[in-house]
Design a protein around this ligand. Sequence first.
Ligand SMILES: Nc1ncnc2c1ncn2[C@@H]1O[C@H](COP(=O)(O)OP(=O)(O)O)[C@@H](O)[C@H]1O
Ligand SMILES: [Mg+2]
Length: 305
Amino acid sequence: MRHDPLEELQELLDSFDRLPAGERRRLAEAMRGWIDAQGHPEPEPAAELPGRFGMIGASPAMEEVFGVLQRIVRTDVPVLVLGESGTGKELVARALHEHGPRRKGPMVAVNCAAIPPTLLESELFGHVKGAFTGAHRSRKGYAETADGGTLFLDEIGEMPLELQAKLLRFLQEGEVRPVGGNTIRKVDVRVVAATNQDLLARVREKAFREDLYYRLAVISIQMPPLREREGDIPHLVHHILQNQAEEGLPAARIEEDALQALEAYSWPGNIRQLQNELTRASAFARDHCIRLEDLSPEVRAAAGA
Ligand SMILES: Nc1ncnc2c1ncn2[C@@H]1O[C@H](COP(=O)(O)OP(=O)(O)O)[C@@H](O)[C@H]1O
Ligand SMILES: [Mg+2]
């Protein structure tokens, strides 16, 4: 018995010739359908894309970011990551964690804007049983969960003033006081904070404590918006398409004029928006290839298409 699929296919093709023409066409169509249905093309072999610390980029603006990361990744200093939404602030926090001495410890991310202000303190620092209505048992906070690792405070600009004072004390003393408790616990975390706000303007408005600002911003990293990352879009597109192919989304290729349209667009939502655009376009794409017509109207309009 032979098991060579190529030989079997050849035999099948030979038998084609013995079929009546109409049958042959029907079978050919069925086979094409079958081949298409075999799903996704092999994703192109993972190209070596430029970048460092798990982030894609080769533009001067990103080289600057990589340079700062290189200098601070092995330290414990707090870092403030600034930049528009979708520019990779959280990715920077993860890079600092994963490439630094705390990589074996936990990385705990807290979105200060997503937690109601009244709950934020107990979420961060924990509470003791009976501290407030509904506190049926004591619970440790994120700061303690992150012990030995990294605590990422996202949207730090949204933190209520009162809690800012407690965060400052935590940074200075490395101790947490659970809500309603009178014991303190030592924890050892590296804090990385991020915001898309103009934090200094918040300081001037007295909405953000100046002392906390300077404490957090010992080192700050300004993430460039995508429109200022010259030459990075094609690399990012290939990276995103590779990831999407691994997740089973069909489109693995993009036509040159579609890529040019992506490069011409201004991306107010930055890389997150680029990802969404490619997910959407993949859904429209025929034969696993994204064409100009698959892009959303605003992207096509910006490219004059
Ligand atoms: N340089 C980069 N290379 C690859 N992916 C990136 C890069 N920057 C951001 N991303 C991706 O874009 C998305 C948005 O990034 P994120 O860090 O959440 O942005 P932000 O926190 O600034 O809103 C994430 O899925 C992230 O993995
Ligand atoms: Mg974010």
